[in-house]
Write a protein that binds this ligand. Structure first.
Ligand code: NAD
Length: 263
């Protein structure tokens, strides 16, 4: 799997799965634009890439803002070259809150980031990829996109939406040289809960301790593999979906969850 001479935009690249994937793509030769709402974290990922001998640049942007996203992607193209790959990964958890517990503003913010953010990023990417006649996109879904667990109402709805959106685009754009897939991770330890609480801000109840898989016993009961996955497990799968080796894989929702959804 080599990405020499190709440029990739990775959102939510300041932490967790996004940072691991940005680093792996860069280690395999891609020039990587790390975008995050936390600009300092995005720039830190770019610095880690440079320190490891790769080519990276960091940009601050909220993926729910078309204007901010456009500015970041345009800067990445200027700095790193033509856009050929995207991993639209930025997202937040909704704290496992149900409809009767969640207010409209919090619902809208989760949908804006987790679903509309993916739409906006794809739209910006397509503006480069369709004229070029080539491009690969991986969108971040979740096992929560495949059933009624793994998140609260807004998160489950958004992740189902990401899978549907990805399939619609895969069907529409395959004949024009594009491949679009999504990834459905299971339980991966990251900063997701902490970051989500702070991005949603005051007014959203405390998320700690909510939901499944908050302790080892619950994980063993939920995941056939008996433990959590790692950010590297997901980064490897995303790199494969973006690679030449997956040339005939299109419109797929790749589950990487230790067997949870197989139950
Ligand atoms: P993380 O919090 O470690 O990383 C997410 C990054 O996205 C953070 O750096 C955050 O600042 C950034 N971000 C959040 N909102 C943003 C916005 N509006 N604009 C730009 N950047 C934004 O969490 P993670 O687990 O690495 O999450 C990455 C993605 O993986 C999310 O979409 C999440 O829903 C998905 N996911 C995670 C798991 C898991 O178990 N960790 C499982 C399935 C899916």
């Amino acid at each position: 799997m080599k990405f020499d001479g190709r440029m990739a935009v990775v959102s939510g690249a300041g932490s967790g799965i996004g940072r691991a994937t940005a680093s792996l793509l860069a280690a395999r030769g891609a020039a990587v634009a790390a975008i995050d709402i936390d600009e300092t974290a995005a720039k830190e990922t770019a610095r880690m890439i440079s320190d490891a001998g790769g080519r990276g640049a960091g940009y601050g942007a909220d993926v729910a803002s078309a204007k901010a996203l456009d500015a970041a992607v345009s800067a990445a193209i200027r700095d790193l070259g033509a856009l050929e790959m995207m991993f639209n990964n930025a997202g937040i958890l909704d704290g496992y809150f149900n409809v009767d517990e969640f207010d409209e503003a919090a619902w809208r913010r989760v949908i804006d980031i987790d679903l509309t953010g993916v739409f906006l990023a794809c739209k910006r990417g397509l503006a480069e990829m369709l004229p070029a006649g080539r491009g690969r996109i991986v969108n971040m879904a979740s096992v929560a996109g495949l059933g009624g667990t793994g998140g609260g109402a807004a998160y489950v709805a958004a992740k189902h939406g990401v899978i549907g959106l990805t399939r619609q685009m895969a069907v529409t754009y395959a004949a024009r040289g594009l491949r679009l897939n999504c990834i459905c991770p299971g339980v991966i330890p990251t900063g997701l809960r902490t970051h989500s609480q702070s991005i949603l801000g005051p007014g959203v109840p405390d998320m700690s301790g909510r939901g499944i898989a908050v302790n080892d016993e619950q994980i063993r009961a939920t995941v056939p593999a008996g433990g959590r996955g790692t950010v590297d497990d997901i980064a490897e799968a995303v790199c494969w979906l973006l690679s030449d080796e997956a040339a005939y894989v299109n419109g797929h929702a790749l589950v990487v969850d230790g067997g949870w959804r197989a139950k």
